[in-house]
Design a protein. Sequence first.
Length: 363
Amino acid sequence: MANTLHLSIVRYLKDTYGNSADHAEQLDVALQCLGGLLGVNPASNDVAQAPCLKEVFSQGMGKAAAPVSPPQMDPALEAKFSTFLDVLKSKNYFLGTEPGTPEYQSRFENARKQFLQKFEKQAAASPAPTTPVAGTPSAAEIEEAERLKTQGNQKLGAGAFQEAIDFYSKAIALNPNNAIYYCNRAAAETQLGKNEDAIADCKKSIACDAKYIKAYSRLGLAYFNVGKYKEAIDEGYSKALELDPTSGVTREAIEATRAKLGSAGAGAGAAAAGAAPGGAPNLAEMMRNFQGGAATGGAGGAGGAGGAGGAGGAGGAGGMPGMPPGMPDLSSLLSNPAIASMAQNIMSNPQMMNNLMGMFGGA
């Protein structure tokens, strides 16, 4: 059987010249020649039912011109990329270009490439959270776990951090899929300087509830305390800010951590790669400043709640009466201009004070 294109060619000739007496003889010769060459019977029903040649041509051209779709992103990553594009537009990255033009497409693909490289590296560097034990506790177990959590909160508020840990651990044994229990235990562990344990518990909390803001904030604080400033931002504070973009405390924590990160690695990474084409703004610089939703916000204050807690955990000189071992002397903290300014901002802002208390207290 002849293919569709051959049939359409014969139909085209018949439709175009079949009603012309002047071309009847030439058409008959042409159809006989083409029919023999292409294996088509010009009088068959297949010719009459063949699609129009122009339609076949248009479909073929459409397929040839269709752009190759880029690989699909994970939906969560796609949302971040959309936010990143909004930031690029606000920074005039696409200035002087129009959507659909080669220059716009070139900048778009460059942005997408660097975005994927950045977040794929972050995903590779971040170990997957340990998934809590599956299982559905009974109603009685849930009730008892809540009672134990409440007792843990009371001990946490009273400064009895190890006792608080013990109560939270008992609650977890009864209901291992409650994000709050792990997060509260992490808060107590941080107070005792058990930051690695706190990091592990925060990740378990996130595995239970990926939208639990406190887990990310406390993860950032624990990372800060052990000097992992980049992880504090990437895995902790920036995630918290994505979930609550209005949090001034989290913004200040990010700024304080960035300051520590800058002082720890001054001069590193000065040569930025991946300059944008055609004189566009420096995409690499924007990528360094973009941390998911954090890039859309303005500059934070001199320091944040996480920064303050982190600085306390990192210190070891002196001691504050009534505070756990390892806490620095208050006068030495306030001698730091950034910490003093931050403390003044927090004390003068009731909302920020409430947020700070929530970061360190139990839920």
